[in-house]
Design a protein around this ligand. Structure first.
Ligand code: AR6
Length: 182
C-alpha cells in the first residue's frame, strides 16, 4: 500500500510498507554484507526468493566494500535486477557511518543510470542487524536520493520500501517536505 508519493526533480518518490521481494521494478536494493554471499534480514529474503542462481552470480563478483554497490540479475524475483549495497555497521556515529550510508544510496542510483534503469526500490539499508539509527538513516535515504536524481535522469520512480509502519513514518516525515503531491 502506498503511504506517500511526491514528485521531485521529474521523478516519482514513494514510501510504502512492503516485502521488497514482491516488487516488480527494474531493480531492488539489497542491504548486503561485504562478502555479497547472503545473510539474514532482507538479504536472506532476497536470496530465498531469487533462487540459487543469484548466489552463483554473487560468487563471481569478488565482494564489495562498505559504501559501494554491485548489480546482478534478479532471477526468480519479479524485479529485473538486484543492486547489492553494503551499508555501514553502526559504531556510535563517529566512524564515517553517515558518509558510507550516503554513498550506498548514491552508488545505487549511479548503477541505475549506468544500466538505463527507470524504477528502483530501496530497502532501509543498515537499519536492521547493522543498527544504524532509523530516523537518521531515513533522512540520509531521502536527502541523498533527491540530491543524486539530477545525475541519474534515467530514474523516474524511486520506492522507499519499508518493512514496518514506524520505518515508513520516518521516511514520510522527510519526504513530505519536498516536491509536490502526485
Ligand atoms: N523487505 C523489505 N525490508 C526488509 C525485509 C523485506 N523482506 N526484511 C527485512 N527488511 P537488515 P542491515 C528491513 O538487517 O541492517 C544481513 O544478514 C529491516 O526491517 O536486513 O543492512 C546482511 O547479510 C530493516 O529495516 O540489513 C548483512 O550481514 C532493513 O530491511 C546484514 O544483515 C535492513 O535490515 C546487513 O544489516
Amino acid at each position: 500500500m502506498t503511504q506517500l508519493t511526491r514528485r521531485v526533480s521529474g521523478a516519482e518518490l514513494e514510501v510504502i510498507v512492503a516485502d521488497i521481494t514482491t516488487l516488480g521494478v527494474d531493480a531492488i536494493v539489497n542491504a548486503a554484507n561485504s562478502s555479497l554471499l547472503g545473510g539474514g534480514g532482507v538479504d536472506g529474503a532476497i536470496h530465498d526468493a531469487a533462487g540459487p542462481e543469484l548466489l552463483a552470480e554473487c560468487r563471481t563478483l569478488g565482494g564489495c566494500p562498505t559504501g559501494d554497490a554491485k548489480i546482478t540479475k534478479g532471477y526468480l524475483l519479479p524485479a529485473r535486477h538486484v543492486i547489492h549495497a553494503v551499508g555501514p555497521v553502526w559504531h556510535g556515529g563517529s566512524h564515517g557511518e553517515a558518509k558510507a550510508l550516503r554513498s550506498c544510496y548514491r552508488r545505487a542510483l549511479e548503477l541505475c543510470q549506468a544500466n538505463g534503469l527507470n524504477s528502483l526500490a530501496f530497502s532501509a539499508i543498515s537499519t536492521g542487524v547493522y543498527r544504524f539509527p532509523a530516523g537518521q538513516a531515513a533522512k540520509i535515504a531521502v536527502h541523498t536520493t533527491i540530491d543524486t536524481l539530477p545525475a541519474a535522469p534515467s530514474v523516474s520512480r524511486v520506492i522507499f520500501c519499508c518493512f514496518s509502519e514506524r520505518s515508513a513514518a520516518l521516511h514520510m516525515d522527510v519526504l513530505a517536505r519536498y516536491g509536490s503531491p502526485c
